[in-house]
Design a protein around this ligand. Structure first.
Ligand SMILES: Cc1cc2nc3c(=O)[nH]c(=O)nc-3n(C[C@H](O)[C@H](O)[C@H](O)COP(=O)(O)O)c2cc1C
Length: 351
């Protein structure tokens, strides 16, 4: 943990989590943080045509309105996924709606896609075009809560985001928009993927679909089958869970919402392996859920993730985390005699 963050942490943790998050975004906006990126060609990756300087991304939800993708890349992330963005601005659920589970190093949120709308975010991204070095920016799109045509919302999002994004994510796995996860069912998913892939307007732009971890074996098989047939470029496994592991110790564990961070790690890793097994080695997977150090990151890659993302661990570990993970990944490569990180992808996956 960086010493400045160690000092500031009690102050940050004394604040309401959503206020603390706003303060963090404001601090990042000043742009005064030192560069912490790690330049090492062994970490470079190309996944579905997306070239990234390293495989570690900031997961969606941290920078919902695309306010600070540049500063996040400066912290070392190889890519930043902004969003979830909906066609119309919406305020989300009543506050409080983010809870720290400190004893469990977890987070529960029921934000409900609060965001300023996709138009504002895109305007911001256009102004800052090309100011992010070799790091990449993905745009994660969703549906408005009150929309009567949810698939239409995704099509709108993709149509608007495609000209400014390095990749796109269709997020059908938030537990905080009632009914959204139903889009993971076979017929709905097939229609959603076909229409959103078309909405890229012939651009050769990677598109991923982000799934929940709360899936049965049959759900995994259905999603894998539809995804493979659709032409989608990869699957992000996973969003937060509505499950509450018996091991949770925090008094906020019963709050409604999606659980992330340390208590999600086993389930997210399990689902990644399930998808790897269901899909074989060709479909790229992006592993996310509970990653908080280089060992977690390396294990997720060896289990079959071409890219990895995190969010909750930033709350507990602070801004030095991406750099520590990247340095740790290089150490793992050296220890295992592996030339580049791409050679480690799926090394532990059954053939
Ligand atoms: C406060 C908060 C807000 C989130 N908002 C979004 C979101 O808008 N869209 C999305 O796809 N995922 C969202 N997520 C889920 C994360 O992107 C990630 O999938 C999940 O937290 C698991 O990763 P982690 O354990 O590293 O946090 C959010 C997570 C948190 C903690």
């Amino acid at each position: 943990m960086s010493s400045l963050f160690t000092l500031a942490r009690p102050l940050i943790f004394a604040m309401d989590p959503e206020r603390a998050h706003r303060a963090t975004i404001a601090a990042l906006k000043t742009g005064m943080l030192p560069r912490r990126d790690v330049r090492d060609s062994r970490l470079e990756m190309t996944v579905a045509g997306l070239r990234v300087p390293n495989p570690l991304g900031m997961a969606a939800g941290f920078d919902k309105d695309a306010e600070v993708p540049g500063p996040l890349l400066k912290l070392g992330f190889g890519f930043v996924e902004v969003g979830t963005l909906t066609p119309l601005p919406q305020s989300g659920n009543p506050k409080p709606r983010i809870f720290r589970l400190e004893a469990d190093r977890g987070v529960i949120n029921r934000l409900g896609f609060n965001n300023g709308g996709i138009d504002q975010a895109i305007k911001r991204l256009r102004r800052r075009a090309f100011r992010h070095g070799t790091g990449r920016i993905g745009i994660n799109v969703g549906a408005n809560k009150d929309s009567e045509d949810r698939i239409g919302d995704y099509v709108t999002g993709v149509t608007k985001a495609a000209p400014v994004a390095d990749y796109l994510t269709v997020n059908i796995s938030s537990p905080n928009t009632p009914g959204l996860r139903a889009l993971q069912s076979k017929d709905a998913l097939a229609e959603l993927l076909s229409r959103t892939l078309d909405a890229r307007g012939g651009r050769d732009l990677p598109m991923f679909v982000k799934v929940a971890p709360d899936l049965t074996d049959a759900d995994v098989a259905d999603i894998a089958e539809v995804a493979a047939a659709s032409g989608i470029n990869g699957i992000i496994v996973s969003n937060t869970t509505i499950d509450r592991p018996a091991s949770l110790r925090s008094d906020r564990a019963d709050e409604i919402g999606g659980l992330s961070g340390q208590p999600l790690i086993a389930l997210a890793l399990r689902r990644l392996k399930d998808f790897r097994q269901a899909l074989g080695p060709d479909m790229p997977l992006i592993g996310v859920g509970g990653i908080s150090n280089a060992d977690d990151a390396y294990a997720r890659i060896r289990a079959g993730a071409s890219l990895i993302q995190l969010y909750s661990a930033m709350v507990y570990e602070g801004p030095g985390l991406p750099r520590r993970i990247l340095k740790g990944l290089v150490s793992h490569l050296n220890a295992d005699g592996i030339a580049r990180i791409s050679d480690a992808v799926g090394a532990d996956a059954p053939r």
